[in-house]
Design a binder for this molecule. Structure first.
Ligand code: MN
Length: 375
């Protein structure tokens, strides 16, 4: 079980897909001038345009999504380290206040590049956003990203809304870190052990240590390139997957004791769900970012195609994380409920409802989407 990171878990970080509470900017126009349509892998002209933007910028701001997972923060820090090595004025941030690095990611190099959202200019020269499927995922930095002279969206989510002026999006990539590695190479960056550590963190986070379906031979080839720099992959993996505080085990045991199985849900495919309340966490001194791994235990249930964990945040909202084994497209389910994500892993925020009411609505949407999955 991976107490802290799981989020990402499956084909994409669950964390990365759990939308944050509204910041008052809902409905803000997408800035893209590109035609609507499914994101496509970036072409040479896309890469060239971004490399030129970087070359011409006086200052470069790199954003991860709120409550960043290993893929978002690892990708941003990897590119940040490469840009700093090239002598550029570069800063990394994400829209949380205070800016807290999740416990499982405190080993990441380059954290001295981090600045709080308030220190990002109101109208940045150039912003690159990593692993955010929509501008809502930028939290406190959403308005500053929208005001940037150029906004480059680097991502792999199929649900990406293409909210930038430029896009480096590959929905076949198992992690944003794959695109970050390419960007580092294209700006002439050397693959140092520090950069490799950050990229490897993104890669293992979003592939669940190479277990998820999006993992390809090229994924392993990338891992080989990163390991060849001499990074301590065992230490990295232990920090990400196999370390938690004792209090988390107590919260986990409560969550499992409260779990319920509904084998009629999803057209008979089955749903297992539980809730972790703010009080449950506070009793053991556990933060929201520490319970991402609960769903990775819950989703083992053989009787359930879909797993759902409702996590009450410190403001009392229910953050829903969902996982599918492939026969239900949860990206569609969670998008319909106001969130987003991947087919296998998605999430949304349910405000102002009881857990039972949230599960009822989720179950209804699940029934509507049963059989839509890729598997
Ligand atoms: Mn990702």
């Amino acid at each position: 079980m991976n107490p802290t990171v799981s989020a990402a878990g499956i084909p994409g970080p669950a964390k990365s897909v759990d939308p944050l509470p509204g910041d008052g900017l809902a409905g803000q126009a997408v800035r893209s001038t590109e035609p609507a349509g499914p994101p496509t892998p970036p072409g040479e002209q896309d890469w060239d345009a971004v490399v030129r933007l970087i070359a011409d910028a006086s200052r470069i701001d790199l954003f991860a999504h709120v409550n960043p997972d290993g893929d978002a923060l690892g990708s941003a820090l990897a590119v940040g380290l490469a840009l700093r090595a090239a002598g550029r004025d570069v800063h990394v941030s994400y829209g949380d206040d205070p800016l807290v690095v999740p416990a499982s990611l405190t080993f990441l190099p380059g954290q001295d590049l981090l600045v709080p959202p308030a220190e990002v200019p109101d109208r940045p020269d150039l912003v690159l956003v990593f692993d955010a499927a929509s501008s809502e995922r930028l939290g406190l930095l959403r308005a500053k990203a929208a005001a940037a002279d150029a906004l480059v969206v680097v991502d792999h989510h199929a649900s990406n809304t293409r909210f930038g002026t430029h896009h480096l999006i590959d929905t076949t990539a198992p992690a944003t870190a794959v695109l970050a590695e390419e960007l580092v190479a294209r700006i002439g960056g050397e693959l140092t052990a520090d950069i490799a550590t950050a990229l490897y963190t993104g890669l293992v986070t979003d592939t669940g240590s190479f277990k998820y379906a999006a993992t390809t031979p090229e994924t392993h080839a990338m891992a080989a390139r990163l390991l060849a720099t001499g990074i301590p992959h065992d230490v990295i993996s232990r920090a990400i997957w196999d370390t938690c505080r004792f209090g988390y085990l107590k919260v986990l045991s409560g969550a499992l004791a409260a779990a319920r199985l509904d084998d009629t849900a999803a057209g008979g495919l089955g749903l297992v769900w539980t809730v972790v309340t703010r009080a449950d966490r506070q009793e053991h001194g556990i933060r929201l970012d520490e319970i991402e791994g609960v769903i990775d235990v819950l989703r083992k249930s053989a009787e359930a195609e879909v797993a759902l964990v409702l996590k009450e945040d410190d403001a009392g909202r229910l953050q829903a994380s969902a996982r599918s084994k492939g026969r239900v497209d949860l990206g569609r389910v969670c998008t319909a409920l106001g969130g987003g994500g991947h087919a296998f892993a998605a999430g949304y925020t349910a405000d102002g409802d009881t857990p039972e009411a949230v599960v009822d609505r989720f179950r209804a949407e699940l029934g509507a989407q049963a059989g839509t999955g890729p598997a």
